[in-house]
Design a protein around this ligand. Structure first.
Ligand code: URA
Length: 334
């Protein structure tokens, strides 16, 4: 490397560290030029891929190659939008008292990853079984909002996933009614969500909105969150470690809201909520349990966009959910 290249690279690196909020070098920080080169090489993926030029190239590529780009949204008529007037509104539970302690958020990643691998091999009794109970008392509206706000602050400050944290534009916590009967549980933010800061705002989110509306469940009535709070680079599948790093966050979110129903959209949501590696195909069509909630499993909207034939199956799943909730599918407005 030429002297001036080295200087530019070092400046870029320093800028990057600062933008990531890193003010101290790791303990294994370089002691000599050769180890510095080695250290930079090992960390180059993280350092140099976050330059603005790389970022825009990446999103441009994604936009062009995106199989679920808006313009190519397939016909979603089976899930056509219902009129809001005919849709029963989602019941909200009455306020109760007692704040609840937020789950410990500082477990070391290696500890949690070990735990997760063990439990994936053998799901705990509460998963896939009959509904159990929530670990804490039900919160009133303002305590829920406060607790979720505090959790969100902790999510924003989290830097556990090294591969992700330096590339994220922002964290994506969750959105919706804190007293929702039903929670929509997804995988992780994509490029649109990373930019906007809200889950399911891209093409998959638009299909989700249609599915919800057709079912009589409108976006503001439900709560929407993902297993991961940050976008994995290039939208890759979240790792076990990343799911475990986020577990205290999403479990605390669910515990604060205490929904009656959780819809797991896709296999990653299933891994996170039910700790199961079973396929969506095997788990759908019946209710499972997470603490006090009944869990329904169905295909991820992004999968449905690529495999429109599966929409029928998801529609069957939604009908099962709506019936279980004691609601009715709104009649189609033509
Ligand atoms: N897919 C998800 O699982 N979540 C989002 O927020 C967006 C796309």
């Amino acid at each position: 490397m030429q002297r001036n290249q080295w200087k530019t690279a070092s400046e870029q690196l320093l800028k990057h560290w600062l933008s990531c909020g890193i003010s101290h070098l790791p303990t294994h920080a370089p002691q000599s030029n050769s180890t510095a080169t080695q250290w930079l090489t090992e960390n180059a993926a993280c350092v140099f891929q976050t330059s603005p030029a790389m970022d825009s190239a990446e999103s441009a590529l994604e936009t062009n190659a995106d199989p679920i780009a808006l313009a190519t949204l397939p016909d979603t008529r089976p899930l056509a939008t219902a009129s809001p007037e005919t849709a029963p509104s989602v019941r909200e539970r009455g306020p109760q008292v007692q704040p609840v302690a937020i789950a410990a958020l500082n477990a070391s990643p290696s500890q949690t990853a070990r735990k997760s691998n063990a439990s994936i091999a053998s799901p705990p009794a509460e998963s896939l079984g009959t509904p159990g109970t929530w670990h804490s008392k039900t919160l009133d509206v303002s305590s829920r909002a406060l607790q979720l706000h505090e959790l969100n602050e902790q999510v924003k400050a989290c830097r556990k996933c090294e591969d992700i944290v330096c590339r994220r534009q922002q964290t994506v916590f969750g959105v919706g009614a804190t007293q929702a009967r039903v929670v929509m549980f997804g995988e992780a933010p994509g490029a649109d969500e990373d930019r906007v800061g809200e889950p399911f705002v891209g093409a998959a989110g638009q299909l989700l909105d249609k599915i919800l509306a057709a079912s009589g469940l409108h976006r503001p009535d439900v709560y929407i969150l993902n297993a991961l709070k940050c976008r994995p680079p290039n939208n890759r599948t979240p790792t076990e470690l990343e799911i475990e790093n986020c577990r205290p966050f999403f479990e605390s979110q669910l515990e604060a809201i205490q929904p009656e129903y959780i819809v797991c959209w896709g296999a990653v949501a299933v891994r996170a909520v039910l700790r199961s590696t079973e396929s969506v195909g095997r788990l759908r069509g019946k209710f499972h349990a997470f603490r006090g909630a009944k869990v329904m499993v169905t295909y991820h909207p992004a999968y449905l966009l690529r495999n429109p034939d599966a929409k029928r199956l998801t529609w069957d799943d939604m009908k099962m959910l709506i019936k279980e909730m004691g609601m009715q599918i709104p009649t189609k407005s033509t």
